[in-house]
Design a protein around this ligand. Structure first.
Ligand SMILES: [Zn+2]
Length: 288
């Protein structure tokens, strides 16, 4: 198996959260603000880059959207996927200290050459999101802290709009699947296909990106996260693996040309806009 990476980079997740936050109704926005303020990492991770007091909550919601990736390098948490991993002590405000890497994706299997498929894991982005959507509506003092659920909802909603968080491609010479493109070696600095797609949002200002995306794309509605994932899987099969049934290697990596890059960039921008709009709808309907 190839270890799965993060989804959209920090800029992408932050832009999605910024789009959503600016479209919340006053009631949902007040609920989001109070959940963020109650998060155990509010004064540290969520606001450490909040230099402008007027924008403190906009910064916090964007940092919260990256939080599930941030904790992958945080020693308070332990990797529950790793064999023989040692659990770390439970800290106040957290239901548990697991990194929960399987919550970042659901790899629906497909094969262009008739290779037998292996199903996606039972614990995945969709099952997690369904639970977290319930948890976020719980009372503030509930043991399943609703403040803990919010960053995950922000993050997973973004992740499952990334086409390569929704598939694993099985080939005759890759019979265990490519883990969302992590197993496809690409030419250049991006190392593999998954990494290439994750980094499409670039490294600019997330707020500038969010503003550009809302100008570029009209709001779209679709409430069911399983539909968002299925759309991603369809995009992946039709438009991500257009280089054919090859997995690449160190000596012969898959070459993605300028035309591929242009197309990929356009898809990524549309998916980030859709994620932001739908996340706003979701929060507006949950946080009444
Ligand atoms: Zn992720």
């Amino acid at each position: 198996m190839v270890a799965p990476l993060d989804a959209w980079n920090a800029t992408g997740h932050r832009a999605i959260a910024a789009i959503a936050y600016q479209r919340l109704n006053p009631r949902a926005r007040a609920r989001v603000d109070s959940l963020l303020a109650r998060h155990p990492d509010f004064l540290t991770i969520l606001t450490r880059n909040a230099t402008d007091p007027g924008n403190r909550m906009l910064e916090a919601v964007q940092a919260a959207a990256v939080w599930p990736d941030t904790i992958k390098g945080d020693r308070r948490f332990w990797d529950d996927e790793k064999k023989d991993a040692q659990p770390t002590p439970l800290l106040p405000g957290f239901p548990d200290m697991k990194m929960r890497k399987p919550w970042h994706y659901k790899d629906l299997p497909f094969s262009p050459d008739g290779t037998p498929l292996q199903p996606a894991g039972a614990e995945n982005a969709i099952t997690a999101l369904a639970r977290l959507m319930q948890d976020v509506t719980r009372p503030p003092d509930d043991a399943r802290n609703p403040a803990y659920a919010l960053p995950w909802i922000l993050h997973i909603s973004g992740d499952i709009h990334q086409p390569l968080h929704a598939v694993s491609r099985f080939l005759k010479d890759q019979p265990d699947g490519d883990a969302g493109g992590n197993g496809v070696k690409t030419a250049g600095e991006k190392r593999n296909l998954h990494w290439y797609w994750d980094d499409l949002p670039g490294n600019g200002s997330s707020e500038v990106l969010a503003a550009a995306l809302t100008r570029e794309f009209r709001p779209v509605r679709r409430r069911n996260p399983a539909d968002w994932l299925n759309e991603s899987a369809g995009i992946a099969q039709r438009e991500v693996y257009t280089f054919g049934p090859i997995r690449g290697s160190e000596t012969q990596p898959v070459v993605l040309d300028a035309a591929y890059a242009t197309k990929a960039q356009a898809i990524a921008r549309r998916r980030m806009a859709e994620a932001g709009y739908r996340l706003a709808d979701l929060l507006n309907s949950l946080l009444k």
